[in-house]
Design a protein around this ligand. Structure first.
Ligand code: ARG
Length: 469
């Protein structure tokens, strides 16, 4: 059954039918379609466009469809429809007869599909926030459990300065917390009702859109019917939020892939999240993380897809907009799964503080600290930098670390070398403890970050419990 057959003769080319159908993916909107239809029927009743009996019949029919869908998990398996909206109307006619045709009085699939996609997006954001909270929890927990572990911090992937492992983990906490607030902002923008915008121009029936919005749980009504039916900015917004989540998870994955290679061995993945090789018995590969890294590409591709889809579309609705859904569903599904898995990988990670600590002895991580100590002796920083650079060069040429230097050797390069400098040169702890300004890696600052992080997480969990976004 077509919702638009009257004007047409004969059948559509079967290839075109298959090409243009969206039922195979928009059937995921079935619950929202029924929800919106039920609310719409009530509204039509209130403004006397339907009699009480008609409201009763349509409501009964829609509820019967809801039951049918609930009871038959593969309800859509052998169905052929243009889209989920057509399917519901056809099914409704089977349930209650021709009165089903009153369902779409004064409305279009254009305002209907925009409304349903927004309802889906709102639920999707709640789910994503929930999963993001799981990762935040895992990061915080590992940071609390490994408060004193020190590891080499890198820039350019070259050893830079020692940092606390907790400090490192909390940097990802910050990224994901930004994702959380981005999703919350996205929710506010999604939260408006297109229904009542008709096909493009609005509706001629006396529908109370504010009441409909309240009933469907929308914060407000879309102000312009052309925009309401053709706007998919909220899809771009959400796919972008998912993209940045994926970029963050991908960076975390890349770090842990590197950190888990035996040459470093800072962390070991739980066996549940790694795989082996059919040829090399010793292998333990971080496939979970590699897949998270690669799935980021797919979500980023979706963002480009959405932006390209909208660019150049004339107002108002165009069929192109049907293509938003697969992108959106896929981005949300992928980001949701990746958040859950990343949270579990972090939660079950074996942290090797001993290996991290041992690695801080390589790579002259304290060189900056030594230069700072020279500054305290009254030497100009630029000069101190050069002297320490020469000392590093001396060590590199002889395959030594700072710890291997005798007092005489060091004095040969830095004449004012003393016990204090020697101690500074070998102490990652000293280096860490001196980064005391807000946001630094000193233990007291990291404590402060931990306290802030657990407060932010608590707020997020409280909101979720109370149903707030
Ligand atoms: N399946 C369509 C979509 O997802 C529903 C809206 C169709 N509207 C139209 N005027 N052809 O966009």
């Amino acid at each position: 059954m077509k919702l638009w057959g009257g004007r047409f003769e004969g059948r559509r080319d079967p290839l075109f039918e298959k090409f243009s159908e969206s039922f195979s993916f928009d059937r995921r909107l079935i619950a929202y379609d029924l929800q919106v239809n039920l609310a719409y029927v009530r509204e039509l009743g209130r403004v006397r466009l339907l009699t009480r009996n008609e409201v009763y019949a349509l409501t009964r029919g829609l509820n019967a469809i809801a039951r049918y869908v609930r009871q038959k998990p593969n309800w859509a398996a052998r169905e052929e429809s243009e889209d989920v909206h057509s399917w519901v109307e056809a099914r409704l006619e089977k349930e209650i007869g021709p009165v089903a045709g009153k369902l779409r009085t004064g409305r279009s699939r254009n305002d209907l599909v925009a409304t349903e996609t927004r309802l889906y997006a709102k639920d999707a954001i709640r789910g994503l926030l929930n999963n993001a909270a799981g990762v935040l929890e895992s990061l915080l927990h590992q940071a609390q459990k490994n408060k004193s572990a020190i590891l080499p911090g890198y820039t350019h992937l070259q050893p830079a300065q020692p940092i606390l492992f907790a400090h490192y983990l909390l940097s990802y906490f910050e990224m994901l917390l930004r994702d959380v607030s981005r999703l919350q902002e996205c929710y506010r923008r999604v939260d408006e009702l297109p229904m009542g915008a008709g096909a493009l121009a609005g509706t001629a029936y006396p529908i109370d859109r504010q009441r409909l919005a309240r009933e469907l749980g929308f914060a407000r009504v879309a102000r312009n019917s052309l925009d309401a039916t053709s706007d998919r900015d909220f899809v771009c917004d959400l796919v972008f939020a998912c993209s940045l989540v994926m970029v963050h998870l991908s960076r975390l994955s890349e770090d842990f892939i590197i950190y888990s290679t035996p040459a470093l061995g800072f962390v070991e993945l739980h066996d549940a999240y790694a795989t082996g090789s059919s040829l090399m018995p010793q292998k333990k590969n971080a496939d979970t993380l590699e897949l998270i890294r690669s799935k980021a590409a797919r979500v980023l591709g979706g963002l480009t897809n959405m932006l390209a889809l909208l660019k150049g579309l004339p107002l108002a609705y165009d069929r192109d907009l049907q293509e938003d859904k697969e992108v959106l569903f896929d981005a949300v599904d992928t980001a949701s799964d990746c958040l859950v898995l990343a949270g579990r990988v972090v939660a079950t990670l074996r942290v090797r503080a001993d290996k991290m600590k041992a690695a801080t002895a390589q790579g002259f991580l304290t060189a900056t600290e030594v230069a700072d100590a020279l500054v305290q002796q009254g030497i100009v920083f630029a000069r101190a930098h050069e002297q320490v650079g020469k000392l590093v060069r001396y060590c590199v040429d002889r395959n030594k670390t700072f710890a291997d230097l005798t007092l005489e050797e060091a004095r040969g390069i830095i004449p004012t070398w003393d016990k204090n400098l020697a101690r500074t040169a070998v102490s990652a702890e000293m280096s860490v403890s001196r980064k005391r300004a807000i946001g630094g890696t000193a233990p007291a600052q990291v404590e402060r970050q931990l306290a802030n992080a657990s407060r932010s997480l608590q707020l997020l969990l409280d909101d979720a419990r109370q149903g707030h976004v």
